[in-house]
Design a protein. Structure first.
Length: 449
C-alpha cells in the first residue's frame, strides 16, 4: 500500500464513527452489494380509483362509508366524502385534472380511515395474539392496493371490521338518535372494533350482563352473567380479548387479597372456625405443588393490614367457583366460572347483576361448557382437573352502552362511567389529524395494563 492510500485510510477512519463489534462482524465484504444499493422498484404514491369500472366501484364504496364515518368517530369522513364526490363529478364532466386529484384525495382518505379503524383500542387488555385484530401499515395497504386484481374487493375487505361492528353501525344508521344515544353508539363501536373477525366465539357484555355464543356470525345461545361491582372501582370487570383453551373441573377458589383482609377481620373478631367451616386452607403457593399451612400460626393482625396471605377454598357446595371454570389469559386474572349463588340470576336483578369481585359468573356453566366441548363435556371427580377443549374459542369481554346483538338497537347504562374517556380519546385523535398528525407519527397506544 502506498503512502497516499495509507493517509486516505487514516482520514477515513477518523471521519467515520466506529461501528459496534457485532456490526463489524456482520459488515459486508468487498464486492458484495448492500440490498439498499440495488435498484428498487418505484411505488406510486396513489391508488388508481378513476381509470376503470373497478376503481370507480371502489371509490363509491369508500365514499359511502365515509359519509357516515362520523358516527364511528372518524370526524372528517363526511367532508372527505363530499370532496371526493365533487371530484368524480368534475371528472365525469370531462375535467382531466380532476382524475389525478381524485386519486390523491381518495388514497389519503382510504389510508386515514383504515388507520383509524385499525388503531389500538387502549381500554382493551389483550391476553392472546390470536384475539388481536389484524393491522396493516399505510405502506403495506398502498402496495396491496396497487397489486391486487380488484381494488374494490381489497377496499371492502380492509374496511370490514367484524359482524358485531357491522350490525351495530347499520342498526344505528337506521334509527333516529339524539346526541346521548349517538355518543353511546360511537363509544361502543370503538370498543367492538377491537375484536377480529371470528366464526365461533364468546361475547360477554358488562353493561347488559349477558353472554352470547356465536357460530358463523350468528347467536346460537345466550345467558345471564354476573360481573364486577359498579360501586368498587378495582372490581370493575375489564375489557378483554383472549382465547379459552381448557376447562377446569372441581376447581379451587383462590381468594383475592381484599377478601383475605376481611377473613382476617372475622378471625380476629373471634370466629375461630371460619376457615375450616367454609373449607378454606392457608397454603404456601397456588398450584399443584402447594403445601397446606397451619392457620393457627398466622399473624392475622398483619394479614388484616396487608392481605398478604394465600388462601384457597376446596371444591364443595360452598366453593365460590362452583363446579367448573374457564380460564383465559389476561393480566387481571379474570375468568368465567360456575357459582353456588343463584339469586342474582333472578329477573329482579336484571341490569343490576354487577355483584362480583370482577370475575364473570355464569347462569349455566355446564350448558356453556357443553357448547365449548361440542356436546362432549368431560366428567371427573378429580380436584382442579384441567381438560384441553377440542378447538380454542376466542372470548371477548366488552362494554356496550349501545348494542344490536339481538338485531334491535338497544342502549344500556354506563355503569362503570367509561364512555367519557372513550369519546375523549376519539376527540383527541380527530384533533391530531386536523393538525396533520397521522397515527404512524404518534407514540404507540398501550393495550395492556
Amino acid at each position: 500500500m502506498n503512502h497516499s492510500h495509507r493517509l486516505f485510510s487514516l482520514f477515513a477512519a477518523i471521519a467515520l464513527p466506529m461501528a459496534p463489534a457485532a456490526a463489524q462482524d456482520n459488515a459486508p465484504q468487498p464486492g458484495i452489494n448492500l440490498p439498499s444499493m440495488a435498484p428498487q422498484p418505484t411505488v406510486a404514491s396513489t391508488l388508481d380509483w378513476a381509470s376503470d369500472a373497478d376503481g370507480l366501484a371502489a371509490a363509491n364504496h369508500l365514499i359511502g362509508l365515509l359519509e357516515t364515518a362520523d358516527l364511528e368517530g372518524f370526524g372528517e369522513g363526511p367532508m372527505l366524502a363530499a370532496q371526493a364526490r365533487g371530484l368524480l363529478q368534475q371528472m365525469a364532466a370531462g375535467d382531466a385534472a380532476a382524475a389525478a386529484s381524485a386519486d390523491r384525495l381518495l388514497t389519503d382518505a382510504f389510508l386515514d380511515y383504515a388507520e383509524f379503524l385499525q388503531s389500538p383500542v387502549s381500554s382493551v387488555l389483550y391476553g392472546d395474539d390470536w384475539a388481536r385484530p389484524p393491522r396493516m401499515g399505510r405502506g403495506v395497504l398502498l402496495k396491496n392496493g396497487q397489486a391486487v386484481p380488484s381494488l374494490e374487493q381489497m377496499v371492502k375487505s380492509t374496511l370490514r371490521i367484524n359482524k358485531l361492528y357491522d350490525d351495530l353501525k347499520q342498526a344505528a344508521l337506521s334509527a333516529e338518535l339524539d346526541d346521548e344515544q349517538k355518543a353511546k353508539v360511537t363509544a361502543s363501536l370503538n370498543r367492538v372494533r377491537a375484536f377480529p373477525q371470528r366464526g365461533r366465539f364468546v361475547l360477554v357484555d358488562s353493561v347488559t350482563q349477558r353472554l352470547w355464543m356465536f357460530e358463523n356470525g350468528q347467536v346460537v345461545d345466550h345467558m345471564k352473567v354476573v360481573v364486577g361491582d359498579r360501586n368498587v372501582a378495582f372490581q370493575h370487570t375489564p375489557e378483554i380479548s383472549s382465547v379459552i383453551y381448557y376447562s377446569t373441573h372441581n376447581p379451587y377458589w383462590h381468594v383475592p387479597p381484599h377478601l383475605v383482609q376481611k377473613f382476617a377481620t372475622k378471625i380476629r373478631g373471634g370466629d375461630k372456625t371460619f376457615l375450616s367451616r367454609n373449607k378454606y386452607q392457608v397454603v404456601d403457593q397456588f398450584g399443584d405443588n402447594s403445601t397446606v399451612l397451619d392457620a393457627s400460626k398466622v399473624n392475622w393482625a398483619e394479614v388484616e393490614k396487608t392481605g398478604d396471605l394465600l388462601i384457597r377454598q376446596l371444591p364443595s357446595p360452598l366453593n365460590s367457583m362452583g363446579d367448573i371454570k374457564f380460564n383465559f389469559a389476561n393480566p387481571e386474572g379474570i375468568y368465567l366460572h360456575d357459582t353456588p349463588t343463584r339469586e342474582y340470576f333472578e329477573a329482579k336483578y336484571d341490569n343490576r347483576r354487577d355483584q362480583s369481585n370482577g370475575c364473570i359468573r355464569l347462569e349455566d356453566a355446564f350448558r356453556f361448557g357443553r357448547w365449548l366441548w361440542n356436546g362432549n363435556l368431560p366428567d371427573t371427580a378429580e380436584i382442579e382437573k384441567h381438560f384441553v377443549i377440542p378447538e380454542p374459542v376466542p372470548v371477548f369481554v366488552t362494554y356496550l352502552t349501545a348494542n344490536a346483538v339481538d338485531g334491535q338497537l338497544a342502549f344500556g347504562t354506563d355503569i362503570y362511567n367509561r364512555d367519557g374517556a372513550t369519546l375523549a380519546q376519539v376527540a383527541a385523535r380527530n384533533a391530531r389529524v386536523a393538525n396533520g398528525v397521522t397515527a404512524t407519527q404518534e407514540a404507540p397506544v398501550p393495550t395492556m395494563r
